[in-house]
Write a protein that binds this ligand. Sequence first.
Ligand SMILES: [Zn+2]
Length: 409
Amino acid sequence: MKASIRLIGRWMPEGTYYKAFKAEAEVVEGNASDLLRDLTIYRYALQKVVDALWDFDGLPKKSQLHQLFYQMLREHGFRAHVARNIYSYALALVKAAKNSNGDKPSVRKLSARLDYQDARVELDKGVVKVVLRNKQYALRLKHRREYIERFRNLKWKEVHVKYENKKLFVSIVFEVKYNPYVPRGLTAVDVNLRTVTTFDGSEARRYRTRFVEALSKRARAEEIQKRYSKRWRYNDRILNRVRALHRKARNIINDFCWKLAKEVVVKAYRRGHAVVLEDLEHLRNSINGKSSGVRWKLTLFAYRRLQHAVMSKAIEYNVPVIVVDPRNTSSTCPRCGTKLNYIHRLAICRKCGFKRDRDFVGAINIYLRGMWGSAGSSPNGGGMKDETRQTTPNRDEPMTTYIKTYTNI
Ligand SMILES: [Zn+2]
């Protein structure tokens, strides 16, 4: 069974991932206003290079970049390697914008990207030391010590210093090696607006989400924006109210997602399971036609956050992750593959008599797809109609055998 699990499904690939740690910071060595000035000059220089590159016929080669900008950047007080970083970064920005037929990039944020030559990360002291132009600053991370501790054994790659909303922030990008183990079983995760259901082959578990609570906050913010459509942007009181509601909604979603992700992933880790998730890109494509609008966008945002949280936690614990096609997970009978009928949330199979709650059906179908790759459909089997796919499951063994063997439904 171990070996066969490895061969099917779309696995989150092993390798190096990046994980950012962001914290508010305060200057404890050096002068905060100097730092702000250095950031402003950094932004100015970056924009200047972007402007020049934008008007350039075609795009210059790396060697030409040096000739064009090195001297100017050095005159602005940047050290040699920082000058190189700035023009390479500017080139990347311009390339990306031109490739997507976008407008000329405008550098709005006051931020600088620094590598190991200009930054020293001392997590044991909760301090990051950076050099911008020619001055050194020590920045103390204002974050819970226990949280910072968790990053101590990781290798860092880049430090970003940012100034936004009158606050100073430091982000540290860490490298995380992801070496998933060979799973002994699977835990499937089905996400709905109100509940998240997990299924591990024998037991289903249900968690209440806080998505509706978050969505209602967003809905209220949008209501206010609509009611004061002409002036909400310019009226501080209304603007603050709108922002606060959006922030609360975001916090609720983030909070819930990280807590749940931890719970699910740690449980899977203890049992040596892989986690099976629905492919959200697919979900979006299949739903776009039917429902649109704000509500759906927000729901997708919440799902994404949850998936992102689960994947990040999985990387942390080396838990394998399988992503499966989400189409028809709640409309196909997991026992015989027939299309299910619904009475409210109760799914009934007319053919084999299977009867279960909707969330459970979703979770078990995701579980089965995790087990058999894309059960009942092939990832690129575009020619088949949905009905055909449901009634003629395309797999090596009949699903009924499988269910008898591994699950108790
Ligand atoms: Zn059935």
